[in-house]
Design a protein around this ligand. Structure first.
Ligand code: ARG
Ligand code: ZN
Length: 471
């Protein structure tokens, strides 16, 4: 399922996990001696995801995609791309990596000059002709392509560029963007994106952010999308399908662009009907909606889940009201403020699940109190309580407890610090860390600041230890 890791990279991985924590990477950046970038960003769960030595600030992806030819052909498409990546070295850089799994690299150029490259596991290792000076932005151009399939994450769930009968569903959490473009694949390196996808005329390619244009020539249409706000790599999409584009505006003037598969019945999208009301509702809780547009992608194929792709969540076959509320809440909680390490994912999923509770209560459904009681009714000997929410392990990222115990933690925190402090926390958390990343420790520190309480024991009990909290 994952490309086998070569010996050199395995050695490097060891170096990353033992020596190159982010602090050590920063220290290396302070030295003026030219050195290579690390092959990973130092995340304990996915040590080789992301890279050291540079900051990627912008991706310009120019892709061409041919979906599978009509069934019963195998589900394989053809993707060809030119990725122009603007990087700023954080040290004098002799060599650096991008993450890329599968696909063939045809050529690499740095500062307009051909660069040497090799592949080792999921690392594309690039050696420019000359040392790249620290702090000076350079463009890296990677020409690549090949057959697409249906990649899976470490749990075996479909992710990345997932080939479908009539296109592709692109949902890359946590480190699946590397299955479709060369990338510094870790949330700590957010960037802006311009993505253009050329597909057979009649199909639609949907990206994040604003639609710049669509032009058709020789039976192919190029769809161009632009994301001006920084985005974590796992939130980038460029899904392709037999979509109808529906462009509207909320009463507050926010552009909505929905891409709805033409083969779906109207019932599949009933949950989108209250999108504008939901945005207004969450703005009242979390502050202004953080991006310049919104919308939904609803495909008639399935990856088995929905993902909060930035400004444009993607849904498998059906967008239910609770899932729509969940993915919308992620725009503040997860997308604007993202996990600094994958173990902090409860800050995404706990908040999004708690937001589902809030919306349901607001909309005349069960109260948040009832949902909390439901979680607390799970018997203490149930394995649900064995997950350490703030450190669920790479195979536990999407465990039920990350969502439900995470939400219950927030509900309990509100009881602990009071409604006023909790309301301030709900607003300050996404604004203080907007377009950035944060940790569980950052969250605890802010909760302590707004409440004036020492919350060490609270967070120990709720998220740092297994076992059912006693109320
Ligand atoms: N973040 C998504 C959600 O809660 C779930 C993503 C699941 N991804 C995966 N690779 N299994 O809406
Ligand atoms: Zn979620």
């Amino acid at each position: 399922m994952r490309v086998r890791i070569g010996a050199a990279v395995a050695a490097a991985l060891l170096a990353v996990t033992t020596a190159v924590a982010p602090a050590a990477g920063a220290a290396a950046g302070q030295s003026s001696r030219p050195s290579p970038g690390e092959p990973g960003a130092g995340d304990p769960y996915f040590p080789l995801a992301g890279n050291g030595g540079y900051d990627a600030v912008h991706y310009d992806l120019d892709l061409r995609y041919q979906p599978p030819t009509p069934a019963p052909a195998p589900l394989t498409g053809e993707l060809d791309g030119v990725a122009t990546i603007t990087i700023v070295p954080t040290r004098h850089l002799t060599r650096f990596d991008l993450d890329l799994r599968g696909l063939e690299v045809e050529s690499v150029a740095v500062r307009g000059r051909p660069a040497e490259f090799t592949r080792e596991g999921d690392e594309l290792i690039i050696t420019p002709k000359t040392i790249l000076p620290r702090g000076k932005a350079v463009d890296v151009v990677v020409t690549y392509g090949g057959a697409t399939g249906r990649p899976t994450d470490i749990e075996g769930a479909l992710y990345g560029w997932v080939t479908t009968r009539d296109g592709a569903m692109v949902a890359s959490e946590p480190e699946g963007s590397m299955t479709w473009f060369p990338v510094n694949d870790h949330p700590t390196d957010k960037a802006t994106y311009d993505v253009a996808v050329t597909v057979p005329e009649g199909l639609v390619a949907v990206g994040n952010g604003d639609l710049v244009g669509a032009t058709t020539q020789d039976g192919r249409t190029t769809w161009s999308w632009s994301s001006r706000e920084p985005m974590a790599s796992y939130l980038v999409t460029a899904s392709v399908g037999n979509y109808e584009l529906r462009q509207t505006t909320t009463p507050d003037g926010l552009p909505l662009i929905d891409a709805i598969d033409r083969d779906l019945p109207p019932s599949a999208t009933a949950g989108l009907a209250q999108t504008a009301e939901m945005i207004a509702f969450f703005e009242g809780r979390f502050g202004p909606y953080p991006f310049s547009s919104y919308g939904a992608i609803v495909d008639d194929d399935s990856v088995g889940y929905a993902l909060e792709t930035q400004t444009r969540p993607i849904y498998s076959r059906r967008a239910t009201e609770s899932t729509v509320a969940h993915e919308l809440a992620h725009q503040w909680m997860g997308n604007s403020v993202s996990p600094a390490r994958w173990q902090d994912i409860w800050l995404n999923e706990g908040w999004a699940t708690y937001a589902e509770w809030l919306w349901a209560e607001h909309d005349g459904g069960p109260t948040a109190a009832a949902r909390f009681d439901e979680v607390m009714a799970i018997p203490a000997d149930n394995s649900f309580w064995q997950v350490v929410v703030a450190d669920p392990g790479p195979l536990g990222l999407f465990a039920g407890a990350v969502y439900d115990r995470g939400a219950a933690t927030l509900y309990a925190l509100r009881s602990q610090i009071g409604a006023d402090a909790f309301d301030r926390l709900s607003m300050e958390w996404p604004s203080r860390h907007a377009d950035s990343t944060a940790t569980t420790e950052d969250f605890q520190a802010l909760a302590e600041k707004v409440s004036g309480q020492d919350l060490a024991e609270f967070f120990d009990v709720w998220v740092r230890t297994a076992g059912k909290p006693m109320l």
